[in-house]
Design a protein around this ligand. Structure first.
Ligand SMILES: [Zn+2]
Length: 346
């Protein structure tokens, strides 16, 4: 596939230019904001909201946060708007689990196209509202999660050759997701929380197929997750190995998110920053979860640690993952304006 002979989307050139001028801001967590709404089963189904999902499922839907795109669109749009006004240049769709593979848990495989297309449209609406107020351009990042299955490892210790999902399954599922996101107006595809590089490669391949059909290349952001104390991904790669596994797709950014707070992420983002011939992106959790699974780290605490990344020239894009709020993003945005973006040799 001669993917790099395709013209780049206008957003790619604008983002590259902006990222050379200043550190760009990505938004924060959806989960924490959705939790604060205190929604029950009927709210997830949209009963009473006038937005009942036209796709039927007998499974309980409470906890299916992506479904809220269809059943509570105004609430989701308002969360995106709050992040945009807090200073985010790039805002992610609420589509982390919007693949047939992840939605199978909820019996809503049939809703996947609508979730992605609408998910992107809702972010676009929220960003246009924000831009109408302050005139700043903002970008929709179509969020592509890892799914709940891993292609390169067996979930069964007694059967190491078994795989719960194949590259082909993932390629197909991601292809449907990415096409939906692009149809809804995503400017960027963000492949995030990567614990298994083979899953991410299927997502990258699916992006290339979708771009080829469309005749245009979108910026791709790649974000891995370090899940163990030795500083490796679940599929066993160091940050350097991870970069070499994905650099062929010429991503707009490569970086890390989730699993760790900013301080614990620092050596790993520093390693990636030293090897990557592209922009880097870091969006850590708000520290480590407490015994109840909640995040206690305040906005100023997180911002101080992320500012250290910026001061030391490690990053081009920063934001927040689990436990972060619009206040965290506002504090991060304010703290990094004092610093120059990392210099990139491309
Ligand atoms: Zn996270």
């Amino acid at each position: 596939m001669q993917i790099f002979t395709l013209p780049a989307s206008p957003a790619l050139a604008r983002l590259e230019q902006a990222a050379r001028e200043r550190i760009l801001i990505l938004d924060g967590a959806m989960g924490t904001q959705i939790q604060q709404l205190g929604l029950g089963e009927e709210d997830y189904r949209g009963q009473g909201s006038g937005h009942v999902c036209r796709h039927h499922s007998d499974h309980p839907q409470k906890g299916n946060n992506d479904l809220l795109i269809l059943t509570q669109p105004q609430a989701i749009e308002d969360i995106h708007f709050n992040y945009a006004m807090a200073g985010a240049d790039i805002v992610e769709t609420n589509t982390f689990s919007a693949t047939t593979i992840a939605q199978a848990d909820y019996g809503l495989e049939a809703a996947v196209h609508d979730l992605n297309a609408e998910g992107a449209r809702i972010v676009r609406r929220a960003l246009d509202r924000a831009t109408a107020i302050d005139g700043r351009p903002r970008y929709v990042a179509g969020a592509v999660g890892p799914t709940n299955r891993t292609a390169s490892l067996s979930p069964d210790v007694n059967n190491p050759g078994y795989r719960a999902v194949s590259f082909e399954d993932l390629r197909r599922a991601y292809g449907q997701q990415v096409r939906g996101l692009i149809e809804g107006g995503a400017d960027i595809i963000l492949i995030e929380t990567i614990f298994d590089t083979l899953n991410a490669k299927a997502a990258i391949f699916a992006c290339f197929e979708a771009f080829a059909e469309r005749g245009q290349r979108l910026p791709v952001m790649i974000s891995g997750t370090i899940t163990d104390a030795s500083g490796r991904t679940l599929s066993g790669q160091t940050p350097t190995a991870f970069w070499h596994s994905v650099r062929h797709c010429r991503p707009f950014t490569v970086g890390l998110n989730c699993a760790l707070g900013a301080s614990a992420m620092r050596p790993h983002i520093a390693e990636l920053s030293a090897v990557a011939e592209t922009f880097t992106c870091a969006y850590p959790n708000a520290g480590l979860p407490n015994a109840f699974g909640q995040y206690d780290e305040g906005p100023e605490d997180t911002a101080r640690q992320v500012e250290d990344f910026a001061r030391d020239g490690l990053v081009n894009v920063v934001g927040g993952c689990c436990g972060t709020t619009p206040d965290h993003i506002r504090a991060i945005a304010e703290s990094v304006t004092r610093h120059k973006p990392r210099e990139v040799r491309k």
